[in-house]
Design a protein around this ligand. Structure first.
Ligand SMILES: NC(=O)c1ccc[n+]([C@@H]2O[C@H](COP(=O)([O-])OP(=O)(O)OC[C@H]3O[C@@H](n4cnc5c(N)ncnc54)[C@H](OP(=O)(O)O)[C@@H]3O)[C@@H](O)[C@H]2O)c1
Length: 230
């Protein structure tokens, strides 16, 4: 399959690209930063801003499916990266007759998501970090979800919990709507998307994905993600 990966130079997008190539797919890695990705066998780099309909349409020409790991940084201001890219991508997919879309969202997009036993997370971290500092980001993520749901495409909204880096794919879990856990390794998120592309268990619904076999170092996680979101 020839797969377009958006956010391909980001931490999840790089894993998606590596895993897709290892699985024998061809990948069109879409990035707005020329030179951030080197071409290699099976990989074509397309330079496009994901919110630019013309550039996105050109990047998607000849692809069979679209996987998006696009993201934005927390901001006090209105964020439009998710909704504007969803508009450009779904429009281009309709134009080219590409049907399958998997787009990374978040467990936060499920208003009922409260992981079991995670008292400190549910009562302190989640209200402060996700719902206050990340308010405008998650508002736009919900706009993206609504835009995608309204299309005739074969979409899956992929909802990880708190992302962390782990070198190997683990025995991750998936569930419809959202999954009951606080963390998701990016390697597992990527693997779950490629498996869903093949198995089609969550077409036109949301797929939660969590990692339980390994846990992140919390101090390191807060430091890394906090530094990145500045
Ligand atoms: N961090 C968490 O705990 C957590 C939890 C749940 C869900 N998520 C979501 O999971 C997703 C992946 O997160 P991540 O931390 O792996 O990646 P990330 O650091 O958010 O990377 C985002 C990627 O999107 C690209 N991008 C942003 N705007 C673009 C544009 N207009 N055109 C082209 N590319 C653009 C960035 O490229 P540039 O280098 O050009 O900026 C980057 O490659 C994000 O949507 C995030 O919100 C995160």
């Amino acid at each position: 399959m020839r797969i377009a990966v958006f956010g391909a130079n980001g931490p999840t997008g790089r894993r998606l690209t590596d895993q897709a190539l290892a699985a024998g797919h061809e990948v069109v890695a879409v990035t707005r930063r020329a030179g951030s990705l080197a071409a290699r066998p099976g990989l074509t780099v397309a330079v496009a801003d994901a919110t630019d309909p013309v550039a996105v349409s050109a990047a998607l020409d000849g692809t069979d499916a679209v996987l998006s790991a696009l993201g934005a940084r927390f901001s006090k201001d209105t964020i439009t990266t998710y909704s504007a890219s969803a508009t450009a991508i779904t429009g281009a997919m309709a134009h080219h007759g590409i049907e399958r879309l998997l787009a990374v969202s978040s467990s936060i997009a499920d208003p009922h998501w409260r992981p079991t036993g995670a008292h400190f997370f549910n009562h302190v971290l989640d209200p402060l970090v996700n719902r206050r500092l990340g308010r405008t980001l998650h508002e736009d993520m919900r706009r993206m979800e609504s835009l995608i749901r309204a299309t005739d495409l074969e979409w899956t909204l992929v909802r990880p919990s708190g992302l962390f880096d782990h070198p190997a794919v683990t025995a991750y879990r998936t569930a419809e709507t959202s999954a009951d856990g606080v963390f998701t390794a990016r390697a597992d998120l990527a693997a779950s998307m490629l498996r869903e592309l093949a198995e089609r268990r969550y077409v036109r619904t949301a797929m939660g994905v969590i990692t339980t076999a390994v846990k992140p170092n919390i101090a390191k996680l807060i430091w890394n993600e906090g530094m990145k979101k500045k």
